[in-house]
Write a protein that binds this ligand. Structure first.
Ligand SMILES: Cc1ncc(COP(=O)(O)O)c(C=O)c1O
Length: 431
């Protein structure tokens, strides 16, 4: 093993994070080679700097005129230069400050500097690289973003252990507990996502308390617990009494044996889907700053050995957006538009009796809601909607029909739902 990896492992030795590392995670380190020498030269090589693999003219990175015209407010350094492996430092600091503001429970708690990765998919995938070995079990609700399967089961050769997400009209806390208890070994790993894709469900405050309590009890029992919080749809809650902050904030100092890792980013929150920017952040009770930094360095190794660094252009644009005077107001306005679409859906369901073949599952947040299709095939319904009415939806497991109400105009929602209902009734009659 490389000596730098051994040094990081020594810092993490004896900690929950150290025990949770996968084989790949143990081997990871951030090389001191080209990047460190370039950084040193950046500070001291004032005469000639021949370290950087970029092309310079008159002291600036070369930039095509077409790009200068398209990006008139950005300097060449912002627009076309490489970003550091861990991301633009000013953006990382700003995101960390914003995280504290958006998650009141983080007040006074220690957590790492977020590391920039190319989107939340990469965040979940890289966290899995660091902590999940082939054969490990990862607890995930049965209704989840399907890419988790590709990452956990196919890429990491681990096993996804599912539990029914709902019980008695709310989150199935007992199911999560039983699934975690049913996993073997010293590690217990779960991947939680609120607001959830595909259900659009966020925890109530009571459910959140119950989940924290069960995770703490698991840790008290001697397991090392890894909780991955996928906060892709952060902040889009539309009802009272819901957990509006990340469960990561509650877990950041919950127990010495709990490591919380947050995957978040601007993709959905800041309406920049194609930016490919996300963040990974670590926290845990007793996770020293040196240990946080060791985890960050291991993450840099994962990035350096896969994509090397994330888009600098997107990071500089995002930083400008975060610092823009009207940023919060515009986000509030967009959030209200999505909330209006949510209310239009709820309004329809409160006024219309739905056929028994179509049951809307609980939803209170996010971009989506799902119908449970009973006695009819969700895939047949999807095809019917597409072929006969030119309406696009997503079928999952042939049981669920997912609707992204986020992308429907509020005034079109009754008409859209009328057609979904009529099409489901038609299929039910044939069945
Ligand atoms: C729950 C969840 N996590 C992660 C992602 C991926 O986000 P990104 O586009 O930033 O990779 C998505 C995207 O749909 C998602 O729904």
């Amino acid at each position: 093993m490389n000596q730098l990896a051994e040094e990081l492992n020594a810092i993490l030795a004896g900690s929950t994070a150290g025990r949770l590392l996968s084989d790949l995670g143990k081997h990871m380190y951030f090389p001191k080679g080209i990047l460190t020498q370039s950084a040193e030269a950046g500070e001291k090589a004032h005469r000639f700097n021949a370290t950087i693999g970029m092309a310079y003219e008159d002291g600036k990175p070369m930039m095509l005129d077409a790009l200068r015209e398209a990006l008139p407010t950005l300097s060449p350094e912002e627009a076309v230069a490489y970003a550091p492996t861990g991301g633009v430092m000013a953006l990382r600091k700003e995101w960390k400050t914003a995280m504290s503001r958006k998650n009141p429970s983080l007040a006074g708690k220690s957590f790492s500097l977020p590391v920039v990765v190319p989107g939340l998919t990469a965040a979940v995938s890289y966290i899995s690289d660091l902590f999940i070995d082939p054969g490990d079990e990862v607890v995930i609700p049965d209704m989840h973003w399907p890419n988790y399967r590709l990452i956990v089961e196919e890429r990491k050769c681990a096993k996804g252990v599912t539990f029914p997400i709902f019980s008695l009209g709310g989150y199935n806390v007992k199911g999560l507990e039983a699934a975690l208890h049913g996993t073997k070994g010293s590690k217990a790993v779960c991947l939680l996502n609120f607001p959830n894709n595909p259900t659009g469900y966020s925890l109530t405050l009571k459910e959140a308390d119950a989940i924290i309590a069960l995770l703490v009890a698991l840790a008290d029992g001697g397991r090392d617990v890894l909780v991955i919080a996928d906060d892709a749809y952060f902040g889009l809650q539309y009802q009272e009494g819901l957990l509006r902050e990340s469960i990561f904030a509650r877990l950041a100092d919950a127990h010495e044996r709990i490591l919380a890792v947050k995957a978040d980013g601007p993709t959905k929150e800041d309406y920049v889907w194609g930016f490919r920017t996300g963040f990974i952040t670590f926290a845990g009770k007793g996770l020293s700053e040196a240990a946080q930094d060791a985890l960050v360095k291991k993450t840099l190794g994962i990035i350096r050995s896969s994509v090397s660094s994330s888009s600098g252009l997107a990071q500089h644009l995002l930083l400008k957006a975060l610092l823009y005077p009207g940023y919060e107001n515009q986000k509030t306005r967009y959030r209200k538009v999505l909330e209006g679409r949510y209310r239009a859906m709820m309004d329809y369901f409160s006024k219309r009796e739905l056929p028994s073949c179509l049951e809307p599952l609980p939803f209170n947040s996010g971009y989506f809601m799902s119908f449970l299709c009973k006695g009819i095939s969700a895939e047949a319904l999807r095809v019917e909607l597409l072929e006969k009415s030119s309406i696009g939806t997503i079928s999952m497991q042939d049981k669920y029909l997912r609707v992204a109400f986020s992308s429907l105009e509020e005034e079109h929602i009754p008409e859209f739902l009328d057609i979904v209902v009529a099409s489901a009734e038609k299929l039910a009659k044939k069945a």
